[in-house]
Design a protein around this ligand. Structure first.
Ligand code: FA5
Length: 341
C-alpha cells in the first residue's frame, strides 16, 4: 500500500476545505447549492469521502494528527453548507415579504423602428409600386463587384486605400486588396445581372462605408438605395420619370428635382440628382445609363439590352423629408431625437 506523507494529506485537506467553503458561499440558488453539496459532501463519491479514504494511507504514527484535522475539516465544510442553506431560505422569505402585489407595475416603454429603417421601408414600398423588386448584396465585397465589373480600373482614384475600408491584414500592397467594406450599393447591380437574364428591375437598400469625415451631410457609414432597370428599350427619359415620380411620392409635389451632367465610370451618360432644400439644392445621388462595358462584364449583349441605374443617399432623403439639418443626429442614439419619428 502506498503511504501518503502527512504534509501532503494535510495540504490537500486544507485546499479541499477552502474550495468547498467558497463554493457553498457562492451558491446563489438552491440547485447550485445542492450540486455543491453532492460534490463535496456526497456520501458515496463526495470529495470529503475520498479524503477520508486517503486517511487510511497515512503512516500509522501520523494517523492521530491526520484524523483530528480531518474531523475539523469535515465540521467546517458541513457548517459552511448549513450557513449557505439558511441564507438561501432566509433570502427567499425576505424577497417574499418585500414583494407587494398591490403596488402599481412598471409600464414597459414601447419602441419603434429607427427613422432610417422606417425610410428604407417606405422607399421599398414606393419602388415596389413602380414595379421594382428588392435585391440584396453583401456588405463585405470583393474588388470585382465593387470596382472592376463597374468599369473602375485599378488605376482609378476611387480605389485608393485612403478612400476605402480594405479588409486585408497583411502588407497592404495592391496584391492584398481583395476584400473591402462596400463603398456603394452599385455592387448589387453586378450581383443581380450576373444571375438574372433581362428584363431586370430591382432596388437594393443597405449600408455602405467610406472613410469620410462626419459632417452635416456625411457619415462614414450610411445607407444607399440603388436602382437598376434593364430591358430592350429603356431611355434616359424613363430614368428621369422614375426618379421624378419617386421624389414626388416620397417628398411631395412641391419638391424640385434637378439633373446635372456628371461622370460615373459605370454609366454613360451620367447625371447628378439634386433636390431643392432650404432655398438651395442638395445632392441626393448619381444616376445614368448603364455603361456598355458593365453590361459586357456580366455577360449581357449591349447591342441587345440597355438600361439605367441610380444610387441615392438614404440619410439625406430622410433628412430632407423631416427637415433634419444634420445627418449625424441619426447615429447619436438620443431617444429624445429618435422618438419624434
Ligand atoms: C455613388 O455612390 C454611385 N454609386 C451612385 C450611382 C449609382 C451613380 C448608379 C450612377 C449609377 P456618390 O458617391 O455620389 O455615387 O454617392 C451617392 C449618394 O450617396 C450621394 O449623393 C449622397 O446622397 C450619398 N452619400 C455619399 N457619401 C455620403 C456620406 N459620407 N454620408 C452620407 N451620404 C453620403
Amino acid at each position: 500500500m502506498t503511504v501518503v506523507a502527512l504534509d501532503k494529506f494535510l495540504s490537500d485537506l486544507d485546499q479541499l476545505t477552502a474550495t468547498a467553503v467558497s463554493a457553498f458561499q457562492a451558491a446563489s440558488a438552491a440547485d447550485v447549492l445542492e450540486a455543491a453539496r453532492v460534490e463535496f459532501l456526497g456520501a458515496k463519491n463526495g470529495r470529503l469521502k475520498k479524503s477520508q479514504k486517503g486517511l487510511s494511507h497515512v503512516d500509522k504514527a501520523d494517523k492521530p494528527v491526520a484524523g483530528k484535522r480531518f474531523n475539523q475539516a469535515k465540521q467546517d465544510i458541513e457548517a459552511a453548507y448549513e450557513t449557505a442553506k439558511e441564507k438561501l431560505a432566509g433570502g427567499g422569505t425576505e424577497q417574499a415579504a418585500a414583494f407587494d402585489p398591490t403596488e402599481p407595475g412598471r409600464r414597459r416603454r414601447l419602441g419603434h423602428g429607427h427613422p432610417v429603417s422606417q425610410t428604407i421601408e417606405e422607399l421599398t414600398d414606393i419602388f415596389a409600386r413602380l414595379g421594382f423588386n428588392v435585391a440584396e448584396g453583401p456588405e463585405i465585397e470583393d474588388e470585382w463587384h465593387n470596382f472592376e465589373a463597374l468599369n473602375i480600373p485599378p488605376s482609378h482614384p476611387a480605389r485608393d486605400p485612403l478612400d476605402n475600408f480594405y479588409l486585408s491584414t497583411a502588407g497592404g500592397g495592391a496584391a492584398d486588396r481583395q476584400l473591402l467594406l462596400r463603398s456603394q450599393t452599385s455592387t448589387v447591380q453586378i450581383r443581380v445581372m450576373e444571375k438574372a437574364t433581362p428584363p431586370v428591375r430591382i432596388v437594393s437598400l443597405g449600408r455602405v462605408y467610406r472613410p469620410d469625415t462626419a459632417d452635416a451631410t456625411h457619415y462614414p457609414m450610411f445607407h444607399q438605395i440603388e436602382g437598376l432597370m434593364i430591358d430592350r428599350k429603356v431611355t434616359m427619359a424613363d430614368l428621369k420619370s422614375v426618379l421624378r415620380m419617386f421624389c414626388s411620392s416620397y417628398l411631395g409635389e412641391e419638391v424640385h428635382v434637378r439633373f446635372r451632367p456628371s461622370f460615373f465610370p459605370f454609366t454613360e451618360p451620367s447625371v447628378e440628382v439634386d433636390m431643392s432644400w432650404h432655398g438651395g439644392w442638395i445632392e441626393m445621388g448619381g444616376a445614368g445609363m448603364v455603361d456598355p462595358n458593365v453590361l459586357q462584364a456580366v455577360g449581357y449583349d449591349p447591342e441587345e439590352v440597355i438600361g439605367f441605374a441610380f444610387g441615392l443617399g438614404v440619410e439625406r432623403l430622410c433628412a430632407r423629408r423631416h427637415g433634419i439639418q444634420d445627418i449625424r443626429e441619426f447615429f447619436k442614439n438620443d431617444v429624445r431625437f429618435l422618438e419624434q419619428f
